[in-house]
Design a protein around this ligand. Structure first.
Ligand SMILES: O=C(O)CCC(=O)C(=O)O
Length: 283
C-alpha cells in the first residue's frame, strides 16, 4: 500500500493517504485566527469548556426550530434520554438546516487541535427539554469508551442553544475542571454551573467533562442541538454511514463528508473493499 518505493518496516511508514487521489485537506477551521483558537484552548484546558455567544442569528435559530418542531413527538425512553425530553436523532439524514452547526469553523478549529486528523461526527441530535423535566444524570460523553481516567479526551461535544438557555429552563449544567478527574463521580458539594447563554450560542466541552441537562422548572421548553465528535479510531455513537444516503453524502460540505466516514484514518481504518470510501461517491 505504500505509495513510494520506501521500505515499510512499521505502520508509521504507511501514514500517507491510502489512495493518492483523495488527499487529506485542512478543515474549515483553518480560517479561524490562531490567536482566538489559542484562547479557546486555554479555556478548555483550564475549565474543560468554552462558550461562544451569538454564533447564529435569530433567523437561523427560528428556521431550525421550525424544521425540527414536527419531529419532536416521542418522549425519552429512559431517565437518561429524559421522560419529559424529546430527542431527534440523525438530524443529518433529515435536514440540511443544522449543517452549519456541525462544520462551524470555530468548532473545527478547536477539534483540529484536540483530536487527530480525520476525527468523526459521533452524533447530531436535537434535544427539547420540556417543563417539569428533572436534571439529567451527570455523565461525561466519552464515558462509554472503556478507557480508564484520568486521560486525554476521546471525544468532544457542542451544545447549541436554539432557545435562550436560562438557569431554570434546563440549561446544560457543567462541572468546571472535572475533565481532569480520575475515577470519581460528581458529589453534591462539587461546584457546578448552568450554561446560561442566549439563543444562537454554543458551549464546547471535552468528552471527559462531567455535565448533564438541567432541570426545567420554567413554563417553556428548551431546544438545543448537540453535535458530538470522536477520535477517528473509535466507533461513533450514530452509524452515519448507514443512515445517510449517498446523495446526501454528496450534498454536504467536504468537512461533514469526511466526518461522517468518507475518510481514512491512515493507514486503513475506514476503507471500503480495500479502497478509499470516497470512491463510492464517484459511482
Ligand atoms: O441537553 C443537554 O443540555 C445535555 C444533554 C446531554 O448531555 C446528553 O444527552 O448527553
Amino acid at each position: 500500500m505504500s505509495t513510494d518505493d520506501e521500505p515499510v518496516t512499521t505502520l508509521e511508514d504507511l501514514r500517507g493517504d491510502l489512495a493518492g487521489r483523495y488527499k487529506w485537506a485542512p478543515s474549515g477551521g483553518a480560517s479561524v485566527d490562531p490567536a482566538a483558537v489559542d484562547a479557546d484552548l486555554a479555556a478548555i484546558e483550564s475549565d474543560g469548556y468554552v462558550i461562544w455567544e451569538n454564533l447564529l442569528g435569530a433567523d437561523e435559530c427560528r428556521q431550525i426550530k421550525e424544521i425540527v418542531a414536527p419531529w419532536l413527538v416521542h418522549p425519552g425512553r429512559n431517565a437518561f434520554e429524559g421522560r419529559r425530553t424529546q430527542r431527534v436523532y440523525s438530524l443529518l439524514s433529515r435536514t440540511r438546516v443544522c449543517d452549519r452547526l456541525v462544520d462551524h469553523p470555530r468548532v473545527l478549529a478547536v477539534l483540529d487541535r484536540i483530536l487527530m486528523d480525520n476525527y468523526l461526527l459521533s452524533a447530531l441530535q436535537a434535544i427539547n427539554i420540556q417543563p417539569g423535566e428533572a436534571a439529567q444524570l451527570a455523565h461525561h460523553d466519552d464515558g462509554f469508551y472503556p478507557v480508564p481516567r484520568p486521560r486525554a479526551p476521546l471525544a468532544a461535544a457542542t451544545i447549541w442553544a436554539i432557545d435562550d438557555f436560562t438557569a431554570d429552563n434546563g440549561a446544560t449544567v457543567l462541572y468546571p475542571g472535572s475533565h481532569r478527574w480520575g475515577r470519581r463521580r460528581p458529589e453534591p458539594d462539587d461546584p457546578s454551573l448552568p450554561v446560561v447563554m442566549p439563543a444562537g450560542s454554543c458551549v464546547f466541552f471535552v468528552g471527559t467533562l462531567w455535565h448533564g441537562g438541567g432541570a426545567n422548572s420554567s413554563a417553556d421548553a428548551r431546544l438545543a442541538v448537540t453535535a458530538q465528535y470522536c477520535q477517528p479510531w473509535l466507533r461513533p455513537m450514530e452509524a452515519f454511514t448507514l443512515s445517510i444516503s449517498r446523495d446526501i453524502a454528496r450534498a454536504v460540505s467536504d468537512d461533514i463528508r469526511r466526518m461522517i466516514g468518507y475518510s481514512i484514518h491512515p493507514p486503513f481504518v475506514g476503507a471500503v473493499d480495500g479502497l478509499h470510501p470516497l470512491r463510492l461517491l464517484d459511482q
